[in-house]
Design a protein around this ligand. Structure first.
Ligand code: TYD
Ligand code: MG
Length: 462
């Protein structure tokens, strides 16, 4: 493939100073290690990929009145994976550029290969892997039981070669695993460097927009989001999906962080099994499968993950501390929030927790951010502290404020409906947010205003 003529230069990411060579310390602002290589001039428009419309786009575009712009109904592509369709906003938009980020080992390659192999007939997919050999991919396909697929596999890291293959295959969907392994020959920096990641992403973006091919790019992100890379792509791509979960458990959540073609409230839930990722269409099953006998220290919360109601179990253990400083630990729940709730319990409810260790765990390895889980956390702590089990048909949905007041949460009706569906007989909610709740739920609602009322009602009126 003919090499295209490009000119690159190095720029300081701190002050923007330019230099023809890499320098360790910026002479202009004095910062260390801030220089990265970037393309400043390009003769041919892209690294080896000759866009069919490249020549016809020479003239400047004319501005138009907004009322004159015709919109066409976008025909979204059904990916064959309902959870993914849902997170994308109802299917894949042709020509869209999607970044799938997540920690290494969480299952990004499994997810995308599974989607690529299962694409419904009539759509062509090219799966480019810079991480695994063709044999490894074939073995993975065997593990997934999807070897009969018509998906094309390419193990390549050079962008020129990848675009040469897209011309040969003419795919509707291109998957690239992962952006950190790809290199464009226009830049000398090594794969995974900031300038390579930026350049490869820019090439994919132009390719997607001009050919109408949808492009999925996988990017590794560490827990703190630190290994920059994919973070700096978030503004270039149309959609950013995060694949997350606790590696010790099977459940995985696909979250949309940015979406130009849909809401960012949607999530997709999967379970990693021996033969790939199973779609979990009824998230509350995570709880139902694990609840056995009625023990003290467990309470059930009616939470919302994105727009989906999800019933989750909170477990608490309150025990006498062996040391001077009591331990507090939370898995799947914010530790600072736990400390705050315990302080509120002490001050407003007279609970003696200073000498007690408190541990909180959300069942199933899930992480819950919904504030509606507060009341269940408090109820679980009270139950463990008293060593008295709660009524197994009770469920909680409210936020707790600093003064001990119990506050209403959003979309209460949806939560009540889900609790009812799963056979809960009483739902504890804030007495301040009951306006407009249909009367069919009234018999189920236990309205409480503060922690004292809660304490009385959970133990005395079982
Ligand atoms: P992988 O998709 O390679 O993660 P990533 O691309 O995000 O780095 O796979 C992650 C893990 O999933 C790996 O430890 C093996 C496991 N796995 C299963 O449990 N079941 C399966 O069917 C497959 C293919 C993988
Ligand atoms: Mg991978």
């Amino acid at each position: 493939m003919a090499k295209t003529k490009v000119k690159t230069a190095f720029f300081c990411s701190n002050c923007g100073a330019q230099s023809p060579k890499w320098v360790g310390r910026c002479p202009s602002c004095g910062e260390w290690n801030t220089y990265t290589e970037e393309v400043i001039e390009r003769e041919n428009r892209s690294g080896g990929w000759n866009s069919p419309s490249a020549t016809s786009r020479k003239g400047a575009k004319e501005s138009r009145l907004v009322r004159d712009i015709q919109t066409e109904e976008i025909q979204r592509i059904d990916t064959g994976n309902n959870e993914l369709n849902r997170v994308l906003g109802g299917g894949l938009v042709p020509g869209s550029f999607v970044l799938v980020g997540g920690e290494p080992g969480i299952g990004k390659s499994t997810l995308m290969l599974q989607v690529a192999l299962q694409i419904p007939h009539g759509k062509k997919v090219l799966y480019v892997s810079g991480e695994e050999s063709a044999q490894q991919l074939r073995m993975r396909a065997e593990r997934l039981g999807l070897t009969e697929s018509g998906c094309f596999i390419l193990t390549e890291t050079d962008m020129d070669e990848i675009f040469a293959q897209t011309q040969a295959v003419q795919p509707d969907i291109l998957v690239a695993d992962s952006i950190q392994t790809l290199t464009s020959s226009t830049i000398e920096a090594s794969a995974g460097s900031i300038s390579q990641i930026k350049e490869c992403a820019a090439l994919f973006q132009r390719f997607a927009k001009e050919t109408g091919t949808s492009v999925f790019v996988i990017g590794h992100i560490t827990k703190d989001g630190n290994i920059a890379g994919p973070k700096l792509l978030e503004h270039i791509v149309d959609t950013v999906l995060h694949f997350e979960g606790d590696r010790n458990y099977g459940y995985r959540i696909l979250r949309s962080v940015k979406n130009r073609f849909g809401s960012t409230n949607e999530i997709g839930i999967y379970e990693m099994q021996n033969n790939g990722l199973r779609e979990v269409s009824n998230p509350s099953e995570i709880l139902l499968s694990q609840r056995e006998e009625n023990l003290s220290g467990t309470a059930v919360a009616a939470t919302l993950e994105g727009l989906r109601p999800m019933i989750v179990e909170v477990q608490a253990l309150v025990s006498q501390s062996a040391y001077n400083v009591a331990q507090r630990s939370a898995t799947g729940f914010d530790l600072r929030r736990l400390n705050m709730l315990l302080a509120v319990l002490e001050k407003r409810c007279g609970a003696k927790l200073a000498q007690k260790d408190v541990f909180i765990n959300i069942a199933g390895g899930l992480r819950v951010d919904d504030p509606a889980i507060d009341l269940a956390v408090i109820a679980a702590v009270l139950s463990s502290g008293q060593d008295a089990p709660l009524n197994p048909k009770d469920c909680f949905a409210a936020e707790v404020g600093l003064t001990g007041e119990i506050r209403p949460v959003s979309r209460l009706e949806q939560r009540l409906a889900e609790a009812e569906k799963l056979g809960f007989e009483r739902v504890f909610v804030s007495k301040y947010g009951l306006k407009g709740i249909p009367s069919k739920y009234h018999s189920k609602i236990v309205a409480v205003g503060n922690l004292f009322e809660l304490f009385q009602k959970i133990f005395s009126e079982k």
